[in-house]
Design a binder for this molecule. Structure first.
Ligand SMILES: CC(C)(COP(=O)(O)OP(=O)(O)OC[C@H]1O[C@@H](n2cnc3c(N)ncnc32)[C@H](O)[C@@H]1OP(=O)(O)O)[C@@H](O)C(=O)NCCC(=O)NCCS
Length: 163
């Protein structure tokens, strides 16, 4: 397959579910995601898949509550070819189409790459929840003590974009 093939975004469908389970298990230790102390099972949530040729190279899952859309997970399996950006654009478009005014997400203090990625795409820091991971670990013991780059994994950082 050529590395220059276009990235195509498709809504998550039933045929993707096994792949979602596997990806979430591999990258986040489980299909359960905890944000603001609430456990969510992303395996049944809506989402988008980034495809390059016949290969799935990215996944975004989200939930809509009222006029807000929370991004629950975002993973790119082939970084730097536009999958993450295209997935973000797709969820913002879907949120706008259903009347949402705000897209938000939680990332963690160690994820310096994601903090840059989202801010370069118009997201603002909207809240800091110090030590939130301590409580999350009681609900999901797989959450490691140390995160990206050897940084202690401690805090939740909320980012948002108004659409
Ligand atoms: C954060 C993450 C989703 C970004 O995904 P990605 O697919 O690499 O994102 P993109 O390819 O769209 O953009 C990454 C960089 O590649 C560059 N890029 C985008 N399209 C490109 C293309 N067609 N060719 C070359 N470079 C490109 C962009 O300039 C971008 O750099 P920038 O942020 O400085 O602007 C990915 O790094 C990831 O999965 N991280 C681990 C999981 C994670 O942290 N998720 C977020 C948790 S909240």
């Amino acid at each position: 397959m050529s590395g220059s093939q276009a990235v195509i975004i498709r809504p998550l469908g039933d045929a993707d579910r096994d792949w979602v389970l596997q990806l979430m298990q591999e990258h986040w230790g489980s299909v359960r995601v905890i944000t603001r102390g609430v456990v969510y099972d992303v395996s049944a949530m809506p989402g988008f898949v980034a495809w390059r040729g016949d290969e799935r190279i990215g996944l975004l899952t989200y939930r809509i509550a009222g006029d807000e859309c929370e991004i629950m997970s975002l993973n790119s399996l082939v970084e730097g070819v536009g999958a993450g950006s295209a997935l973000l654009a797709a969820v913002q478009e879907a949120a706008r189409a259903t009347g949402c005014r705000r897209v938000w997400l939680i990332t963690t203090n160690d994820n310096l790459h994601a903090l840059g990625f989202y801010q370069r795409r118009g997201y603002h820091l909207s809240a800091l929840y110090p030590n939130a991971l301590e409580r999350s670990r009681q609900l999901k013991p797989q959450i490691p003590l140390v995160g990206f780059g050897g940084i202690p994994l401690r805090d939740e950082i909320e980012l948002e974009i108004l659409i």
